[in-house]
Unconditional design. Structure first.
Ligand SMILES: [Zn+2]
Length: 448
């Protein structure tokens, strides 16, 4: 395979967005995009590169904090909750400097690519130095994150995050000073210095109603609207956030953000675990997206996100690996369904195809890459093949291939990853980075 990529790909099986996989799919490439798609092509034409297994659109990780990859396995001992976990997370955030951040983000993004993720929304809030001292370039870490994504071969939207307060009515303190720009105007001024580049876009985020007051949230929303940027916020991850918000403002976090003009079709509520009836109406009626992160929500004992109810009010669902307790979008996708089964006693709330749409087009739409996440003419040629011949998936039938992959595949079954028509991963190997060594190196530089 040349660095320029193939001119056509022939897929043994491909998922084109329907309930079932199609056999013999020929994808003609037009530069970094899909030119034409034909089904029922029994054998590969001579000019085409053959892809075995099931080919799907590149997966989207709509919610990531790259540096939290360093916490994997290190927060599991002893009892605790979200807030005790946060103390451990702050220790890492306190210690990390731009060069280590770059090395860790590059390896974390490369781990994502190995798992079939071709686009990531990086919810980025660690902006400044110790005690909030500005770096010479106040966007040095954001730029490092963008460069890390480029080297890893993944598309990125840097969701530059406004974070001002240490809680409702509390000043930012300690490591939180590294997150805070001091005011929404100062946030906007800094973010104005960031620019998109090939493979990288910029968006905005409001950390949460804990960290951003309503006036500042309105300012961030207006700034994002002027630029047609995606806008994300952590919403109702923990009951304590709802309680604090109710006692300070007499509103739910969703209600507060709605009143501040934050909700729109470009808005994605991240988590949305603990919602009221009115919150469902606001998110659905506003045409908003909701990003669920089930492996993190499990890990942090947050609760089970109400995915079915959200889909029923037409909130657009996407998925994220968030704290990177795991990086496996197949696990996130099936968790939407399986976690709800435990609560409801009912199977089959979400079809496999619905879950795969959340994992692909849903995520790409949420982070501002609407031309990715589908296999169709003019779409970006971001494609992933899942091997069906390993122990987990051997015996998969064409008829049930989508269900088999969504409910049983792991990130380790991803064989090939193509971004913009170019192979980034071939036969399970990242073509330009030693990913495990990169993770080892970066994490070794951080506190145990
Ligand atoms: Zn998060």
């Amino acid at each position: 395979m040349s660095a320029k990529g193939a001119s056509a790909l022939w897929c043994e099986l491909a998922w084109l967005g329907g309930e079932r996989a199609e056999e013999g799919v020929l994808i003609e490439l037009d530069g970094e995009r899909v030119g034409a798609v034909a089904t029922g092509v029994a054998s590969p034409p001579p000019q085409a590169t053959s892809l075995a297994g099931l080919t799907i659109p590149g997966l989207a990780n709509a919610h990531s904090h790259a540096f939290q990859r360093a916490l994997r396995g290190r927060t599991q001992a002893g009892q605790g909750d979200f807030w005790t976990w946060r103390r451990r997370m702050y220790e890492i955030a306190e210690a990390i400097e731009p060069d280590v951040y770059f090395t860790l983000a590059r390896a974390t993004f490369a781990e994502m690519v190995l798992a079939g993720i071709t686009a990531v929304g990086e919810f980025h809030y660690l902006h400044h130095g110790a005690d909030g001292a500005r770096y010479e370039d106040p966007n040095v870490i954001g730029r490092a994150v963008i460069e890390a994504a480029r080297e890893a071969g993944i598309r990125i939207t840097l969701l530059d995050t406004c974070y001002l307060h240490g809680g409702i009515g509390r000043e930012a303190d300690g490591v939180q000073l590294r997150f805070s720009d001091g005011s929404a105007d100062a946030w906007a001024e800094r973010v104005d210095g960031l620019e998109a580049r090939a493979g990288a876009r910029v968006g905005a985020a409001i950390h949460s109603v804990r960290a951003v007051d309503p006036e500042a949230a309105a300012r961030v929303a207006a700034f994002a609207t002027e630029r047609s940027w995606p806008l994300h916020a952590h919403v109702s991850e923990q009951p304590a956030e709802n309680e604090d918000c109710a006692s300070a403002y007499g509103k739910t976090p969703t209600g507060l953000l709605a009143a501040a003009g934050v909700l729109s079709e470009r808005f994605t509520a991240v988590h949305a675990t603990h919602l009221t009836e009115a919150d469902f109406e606001l998110l659905g009626g506003g045409g908003c997206g909701v990003c669920l992160c089930p492996t993190t929500e499990r890990d942090l004992a947050d609760g089970v996100g109400p995915a079915r109810r959200l889909a029923d009010v037409n909130a657009r669902i996407s998925l994220g690996t968030d704290s990177h307790a795991l990086i496996d979008i197949f696990e996130e996708a099936r968790a939407l369904e399986l976690d709800e089964r435990l609560e409801s006693g009912v199977r089959g709330g979400h079809s496999a195809a619905e879950l795969l749409r959340a994992a692909t087009a849903g995520g790409c739409d949420s982070i501002g890459w609407p031309e990715a996440g589908r296999i169709a003419p003019q779409a970006l040629a971001d494609l992933v093949t899942v091997g069906l011949d390993g122990v987990r998936l051997a015996g998969t039938s064409t008829h049930h291939a989508v269900e088999s992959v969504v409910f049983a595949a792991s990130a380790a079954d991803v064989r090939d990853v193509i971004v913009g028509g170019r192979f980034i991963v071939r036969d399970g190997v990242h073509l330009s980075l030693d990913v495990a060594a990169g993770l080892d190196e970066a994490i070794a530089m951080l506190p145990e």
